[in-house]
Design a protein around this ligand. Structure first.
Ligand SMILES: [Zn+2]
Ligand SMILES: [Zn+2]
Length: 248
């Protein structure tokens, strides 16, 4: 009798769970069967004034930051959902380091909404492939997944743009870019990415969007963009969840 009662209890619990409205991942209030409630969504999707080139926040209503007036990036445009701050940083950490993949789904969903709000339909229709920043094999094995690839797959389904994997490989395990001098950063990334030969034909003349979770100095996505341009890609943009503001 005892096991049957337990099974019944479990089943009733599940039925009640289904009847109750889902809770918002952030504030725990009812969320109408969505991952987060309307209030949290509105506050997370607030427009952020930023440089149209590199995505760094700008106070004034200028199109480009001082840095972008001086230096050239290999990518044309970077779009970030937000600056690297709470609650985005917390959601990202839970997603990457504790494998709570639902947080990744939420971030991808927010990024999609931010993209469709900021990038025109015409521009979206010109994009050939999404390319997640590749992880080094060892890191991929340790983590069990590539966070950029999971984000790219979700965006791909919603925006109907195919994901390109295995075209580029990360052949060198790089040190974190933060805290390194400019020359060390460049050296750290030298030959970090190589084309693999597989799928390479698809790159030629294409418009590729690199997908990353966090862009810090911009050096990694810039180095990857350069490799893509060298392979014959015509235009590279970057979409990421967070853009870190460096205090240097
Ligand atoms: Zn909420
Ligand atoms: Zn800029």
């Amino acid at each position: 009798m005892q096991p049957i009662l337990q099974i019944l209890k479990l089943k009733i619990g599940r039925i009640i769970e289904h009847l109750l409205p889902a809770q918002c991942l952030l504030c725990c209030l009812p969320s109408n069967n969505k991952l987060i409630c309307k209030h949290c969504q509105d506050s997370l999707l607030q427009d952020r004034p930023c440089c149209q080139r590199c995505g760094l926040p700008l106070n004034k209503s200028q199109p480009f930051c001082g840095d972008c007036l001086k230096k050239e990036y290999a990518f044309t445009q970077l779009h970030a959902l937000a600056d690297y701050q709470k609650p985005y940083s917390t959601l990202l950490k839970k997603f990457k380091y504790t494998k709570q993949l639902i947080n990744g789904e939420l971030l991808a969903e927010l990024l999609i909404q931010s993209i469709t709000h900021n990038v025109s339909k015409q521009q979206l229709s010109q994009i050939d492939y999404l390319l997640p920043v590749p992880l080094h094999n060892k890191k991929h094995q340790q983590r069990g997944f590539n966070q950029a690839q999971l984000l790219a797959e979700k965006i791909s389904k919603r925006l109907n743009i195919p994901v390109l994997v295995e075209a580029i490989k990360r052949q060198k395990k790089t040190d974190p870019q933060e805290g390194l001098s400019l020359s060390k950063r460049k050296n750290n990334l030298r030959n970090a990415f190589i084309t693999t030969g597989k799928q390479q034909a698809k790159l030629s003349g294409g418009y590729i969007v690199i997908i990353d979770d966090v862009v810090t100095t911009g050096a990694t996505v810039n180095s990857l963009s350069q490799v893509l341009l060298n392979t014959g890609v015509q235009r590279v943009d970057v979409w990421c969840v967070c853009r870190t503001v460096l205090s240097t």
